[in-house]
Design a protein around this ligand. Structure first.
Ligand SMILES: CCCCCC/C=C/C(=O)SCCNC(=O)CCNC(=O)[C@H](O)C(C)(C)COP(=O)(O)OP(=O)(O)OC[C@H]1O[C@@H](n2cnc3c(N)ncnc32)[C@H](O)[C@@H]1OP(=O)(O)O
Length: 386
């Protein structure tokens, strides 16, 4: 009977174009209503989503309201309008309806990527509100550390290294059950801020290399010693130490938009974050070599196949699905999780600290090498991007 009903309902739709149009129209109106709402929601974004995302929003808006790009391409020197034209033109002939839906989805992702970070009502002196490069909040038994330099793809400055360590220390002692690290804007994190190597003091590059080695040793140690379940919510591309450090997280969830790139030899550097040990152990030496020696950039699916990522989610439902899962985890008994992690990780802590120390000694030599200095200079001369 059900089958017959469906057939007859379908025939009804087909035989009465007006009905079909009305239904389709109803679907169109709903999308138009959502589209208008999305335009309004966009104005409430707190964080700059980054140039790429802004261009995509612009292109989808034009496609949704005017259809395929038909205007002439701006001149070579008209950089901004040329970038906008290229973004719009790259959408080809997708329909206005599809563009509207993609626009609504993208704005929804941006809004929800800020939604879990509901800053607690910060009272005077609340340490959580004292961060310059992070947003740290605790809600639903979850302490979330949000890397908050979207304008620099969440590159880790010296200040950010120190603040992440401070946030981990506080998260390790607060009442939360688990800790999450994620990024604001369209990147998870683009790794070490390369300008960290351009701030040479009066005492010269050797001192800078020593201080950097000391900083990195402390930073990685905080992840090795972190006592609670530590979860990475990889909301976009990850580079360098943001990738290698994932081997010290307990679970890694990624959007299918994320990529994973550890360009060490390209930068004249060498692996860090204990990856010279955790990656071969996780995926085998040859696969680890492709990433750590030969700069292979992984898609989220490839990273998942190798065990670096635990689960990949479609970008338009990533935030909703992941935070629903995390809120369920955070209802579990805190001490049971803490002691279980200790059993799983405890045996290797000493080994991991030894690996960290060895990696940092090698990096201090690398940072003084001509290979590394040339690579960093060419980045800032805009000769080379990853
Ligand atoms: C204290 C020492 C500890 C050392 C630890 C060892 C760690 C090693 C590593 O992490 S190695 C990896 C280092 N990271 C990189 O090499 C990435 C460099 N960035 C890029 O290649 C590109 O920016 C990109 C591919 C990540 C993104 O490209 P695109 O989408 O075109 O965006 P922009 O390049 O325009 O970026 C916007 C803005 O951010 C600045 N920026 C991005 N990443 C970094 C970075 N890692 N360091 C410094 N600055 C960065 C970029 O310069 C732009 O700035 P601007 O708008 O021009 O002012």
């Amino acid at each position: 009977v059900g089958h017959c009903l469906i057939i007859s309902f379908y025939r009804l739709i087909q035989s009465f174009p007006a009905v079909k149009l009305h239904l389709t129209g109803a679907v169109m109106r709903a999308t138009e209503v959502e589209f208008d709402k999305a335009k309004e929601h966009l104005k409430t974004l707190k964080n700059d989503p980054g140039n790429d995302t802004k261009l995509r929003i612009y292109a989808l808006f034009k496609q949704a309201t005017q259809g395929s790009c038909s205007s002439p391409k701006p001149g070579m020197l008209d950089f901004v309008n040329k970038a906008k034209w290229e973004a719009w033109n790259s959408l080809g002939n997708i329909s206005k309806e599809d563009a509207r839906q993609k626009y609504v989805d993208l704005v929804g992702t941006l809004i929800s990527s800020e939604a879990p970070i509901q800053k607690e009502a910060t009272t005077a002196g609340d340490p959580k509100s004292s961060y310059q490069t992070l947003q740290v909040t605790t809600e639903n038994n979850i302490t979330t550390i949000l890397l908050n330099r979207p304008e620099k793809k969440n590159a880790i400055s010296r200040k950010m290294y120190e603040e992440i360590m401070q946030a981990l220390e506080q998260a390790g002692k607060d009442d939360s059950v688990l800790t999450v690290m994620t990024g604001s804007g369209d990147y998870y994190c683009s790794g070490n801020d390369l300008s960290n190597f351009t701030q040479v003091g009066a005492e010269g590059v050797e001192k800078l290399a020593r201080d950097s080695g000391e900083l990195l040793t402390r930073y990685v140690s905080h992840f090795i010693d972190f006592p609670k379940p530590l979860i990475a919510v990889v909301n976009g591309p990850a580079v360098g130490i943001a990738v290698t450090g994932l081997g010290l997280f307990d679970v890694v969830y990624a959007t299918d938009r994320a990529t994973f790139h550890a360009p060490f030899s390209q930068l004249g550097q060498s692996p860090e974050g204990c990856s010279s040990y955790t990656f071969p152990k996780m995926m085998g030496t040859a696969k680890a070599n492709e990433i750590l020696l030969f700069n292979k950039k992984l898609t989220a699916a490839q990273a998942c196949d190798l065990g670096l990522v635990t689960e990949v989610f479609p970008d338009n439902t990533f935030q909703q699905e992941v935070w629903k899962k995390l809120r369920a985890y955070a209802k579990l008994p805190k001490d049971s999780l803490r002691y279980s992690k200790q059993l799983i990780r405890g045996m290797e802590k000493e080994k991991l600290h030894a690996v960290n120390a060895q990696e940092c000694v090698r990096l201090q030599e690398r940072w003084l090498s001509e290979e590394c200095m040339n690579a960093i200079m060419s980045f800032f001369q805009n000769k080379s991007k990853l």
